[in-house]
Design a protein around this ligand. Structure first.
Ligand code: 3EB
Length: 345
């Protein structure tokens, strides 16, 4: 984790990955839309300053405690609704929620997502472009003996089935573990920006995974490109949590070194010009264009090797946070997400 402030942006919207310990002050002319705090507590609440803050318990010796702060150039309004806390500024909406521990999550993840879809309709932010889900005991079993990740995924899929035209609106996402129990989630949506969801030719779309990974497939795209309204620039590319999966299969179970290699290759292919041109984008990117990286590591003893691999692959200027979390399949050891900021910023 770098000690100064790192930035990644969509026009009007920026992400800053910062260390904890000091109060955050938005730069002149900017306003906090919301925050995600990777520390010692899991919660979803409005901060005393007004903005929604999602707390995710990942703190562990040797790992980073960080905050991702989303800022915009218009002053947001804040509110709560059906257990959700949100802020919106006329173009962007940031919304968070926390599902407490339950024996079975399916119904609760479905209703949380349905509340989220209702909220974006009511407030008028129809395009979700990034989602995060932090699932406690993700590889543990629920009260019916179903893996908690699969339990969560089934409810989310039910909500997505009645959201728009199904798979066409599934955004970039992260589905990862956290310490403790319950599920924390956050998402970003926009009003007038153009949103395009992108797949990776090396990987089966998650929403087409076969049933061996759970009764319902996961609802997300490999990346989402956000082109702010009226902009003629390249936009911002949000890269989903990415792991050592080729087709739909985990490769290199038990080998963190090779899992890092495949994960980095998956991201490089995803954001490269050949893959993006399949989605009609005319620019490609490289790993060194990524910023606001989050690297989730299952076993603390793997941190040095993962750190070395990432330092080699990413720009020395990029913000990178190393976080201690279980990954959604018990054979996955590492997962990486990031943002390619708009190059005009
Ligand atoms: C994978 O590719 C790894 O359930 O929202 C990555 C990103 C993963 C998002 C999710 C899961 C999710 O299947 C896991």
């Amino acid at each position: 984790m770098r000690t100064d402030t790192d930035r990644a942006s969509a026009r009007g919207l920026r992400s800053e990955l910062r260390g904890l310990g000091t109060d955050y002050a938005a730069p002149e002319g900017r306003h906090v839309l919301g925050a995600m705090t990777f520390g010692t507590r899991s919660f979803a609440a409005l901060h005393p300053d007004g903005h929604p803050e999602l707390g995710i318990r990942t703190a562990s010796p040797g790992f980073d405690t960080v905050q991702e702060v989303w800022t915009t150039d218009s002053r947001p309004e804040h509110g709560t609704d059906h257990g959700l806390a949100f802020a919106h500024d006329g173009e962007y909406l940031y919304c968070i929620g926390h599902i407490p521990e339950f024996g079975v999550y399916q119904h609760h993840s479905r209703s949380a997502y349905e509340s989220a879809f209702r909220l974006i309709d009511e407030l008028g932010y129809p395009h979700i472009f990034r989602m995060w889900n932090f699932v406690g005991a993700i590889n543990g079993n629920n009260a019916e003996g179903v893996e908690i990740y699969r339990d969560f995924v089934a409810g989310r899929a039910e909500a997505f089935a009645s959201y728009g035209d199904g798979t066409g609106r599934m955004p970039a996402a992260t589905g990862i573990g956290m310490h403790g129990t319950g599920i924390g989630f956050a998402f970003l949506a926009c009003r007038s920006g153009a949103v395009r969801h992108i797949e990776n030719h090396r990987q089966t779309p998650a929403y087409h995974y076969p049933q061996e990974y759970g009764p319902k497939p996961p609802s997300f795209a490999r990346a989402t490109r956000l082109l702010p309204g009226s902009a003629e620039d390249r936009g911002t590319l949000f890269v989903s949590g990415t792991a050592s999966i080729l087709g739909h299969e985990t490769v290199h179970a038990g080998d963190v070194d090779q899992q890092c290699k495949v994960t980095l290759e998956n991201i490089a292919e995803l954001i490269g010009s050949a893959n993006l041109s399949r989605s009609g984008l005319d620019h490609g990117y490289e790993l060194t264009d990524l910023d606001s990286l989050k690297v989730y590591v299952r076993h603390p003893e793997h941190l040095p090797i993962v750190r070395a691999k990432c330092a080699e692959a990413f720009s020395a200027r990029a913000g990178i946070a190393y976080l201690h979390a279980d990954v959604c399949r018990s054979d996955l050891l590492v997962e990486i997400e990031g943002i390619v900021p708009d190059p005009t910023w």
